[in-house]
Design a protein. Structure first.
Length: 394
């Protein structure tokens, strides 16, 4: 009876069309290897490989299946995301396949033991329950603007690879807003702009500029983490990849999520071709923008363009026009937030709070003296310098 059950589930999975990419995942391939195995030992090995994959994903077969189905990028979810009514045949197929995945996700060690005529206790065990796969998936569909689909469904931060593909950042920065000390006004501006972006209100492209080590990049990443559950995703592109900005915008356009295109440490030489590409995006060029994306950039330079005194003198006939062109890029950001080097009072406040968080009980006066001496050796005060000082004590 169980043998027929396993074969029947495998047959249903073989007919998957809407969720076909899900059945190509290693977990399902391992189940296929089991179902196609001819000898008892081949079945035992296939079962062990199957259980190993379940363990690697947390130990619950049901949870693994739900995650794979929920993250799948297919014709059905794309249609719903575009506010279109799926074709009747596609809808029917999707519902049948979700039922098949529910049966697969509910399989237990007992089912495999009976199939192999083995003692259940001899087999490695895993968790599984009967889940309403259709109901779970419908809940995802109702909240696509928060959950997303495909690679964007479970990760917050992404990068553009050298092959021009958007890929998840596996060890993404986990910085949270609660970790910061000082600069509340500056971060508040970025947070409010992001809230407006999520709410569908006009939101600005943002330039975070100022001294090194003041938390500009960390602020952008913390904002992405803060609003992940509300539908924000961050895609980081290097300044040498700006030529691919239109491609990135095209890939995310129409996606129900909201995207922060993050460009860190932005600066240009005056003859850099990428200058015009970024300018086009900031000015709203149709080929370089998407309604669901904003640009957040950081720079240690207020005017972004590196210029010399020779540039100011120049030999252009319309020298003033050229000068204004290079200085105006930063003005094309709707919001500019300045992170200045902290004064002594703020620097010591940051040091004291970090010491407290890390359980350092040094006398406050002695802590201040050592912190100032450390900053002098480093050449400047900054939030990064304060953190480095605390790490040196630890």
């Amino acid at each position: 009876m169980t043998e027929k059950k396993l074969n029947a589930i495998y047959a249903k999975l073989c007919l998957c069309t809407v969720f076909r990419k899900v059945t190509q995942k290693p977990l399902f391939k391992a189940f296929e290897q089991y179902c196609l195995a001819d000898t008892p030992n081949e079945k035992r090995k296939a079962y062990a490989a199957f259980a190993e994959l379940v363990y690697e994903d947390g130990g619950s077969l049901t949870d693994s299946v739900i995650r794979l189905v929920s993250e799948d990028e297919n014709v059905y979810v794309k249609c719903v995301a575009a506010d279109k009514i799926p074709d009747k045949n596609i809808e029917t197929a999707a519902r049948k396949e979700l039922s098949a995945f529910a049966l697969f996700g509910a399989l237990s060690r007992k089912d495999f033991a009976e199939d192999m005529d083995e003692n259940e206790g001899d087999l490695p065990d895993f968790l599984s329950v009967n889940a309403d796969m259709g109901g779970v998936y419908d809940e995802r569909l109702k909240n696509l603007h928060k959950y997303g689909y495909g690679i964007f469904s479970s990760r917050c931060m992404f990068r553009l690879s050298d092959e021009k593909e958007i890929e998840p950042i596996v060890s993404a920065d986990k910085t949270s807003m609660a970790q910061f000390i000082g600069y509340e006004e500056q971060r508040g501006k970025v947070v409010e702009n992001t809230r407006a972006f999520l709410a569908g209100r006009p939101a600005a492209n943002v330039l975070l500029c100022g001294d090194a080590g003041t938390g500009k990049s960390s602020t952008v990443k913390a904002v992405a983490n803060e609003f992940f559950s509300e539908g924000i995703r961050l895609i980081e592109i290097r300044k040498d990849q700006l030529r691919y900005l239109p491609n990135v915008m095209a890939k995310v356009s129409g996606n129900p999520l909201k995207f922060i295109i993050f460009i860190d440490d932005l600066s240009f030489n005056k003859n850099n071709d990428d200058f015009s590409r970024l300018k086009a995006a900031l000015e709203g060029s149709a080929s370089a923008t998407a309604d669901n994306a904003v640009i957040y950039a950081t720079s240690n330079r207020r005017h972004i363009i590196k210029e010399s005194f020779e540039d100011r003198e120049g030999d252009d006939v319309h020298r003033n026009d050229t000068l204004q062109e290079t200085l105006s890029l930063s003005e094309r950001f709707g919001l500019t937030v300045l992170f200045s080097k902290p004064d002594k009072k703020l620097f010591l406040s940051i040091v004291r709070e970090l010491a407290k968080r890390n359980g350092i009980t040094m006398d406050e006066n002695e802590l201040d003296i050592q912190a100032e001496a450390f900053a002098i050796r480093k050449g400047s005060r900054s939030a990064r310098c304060a953190e480095q000082f605390i790490n040196s004590l630890l």
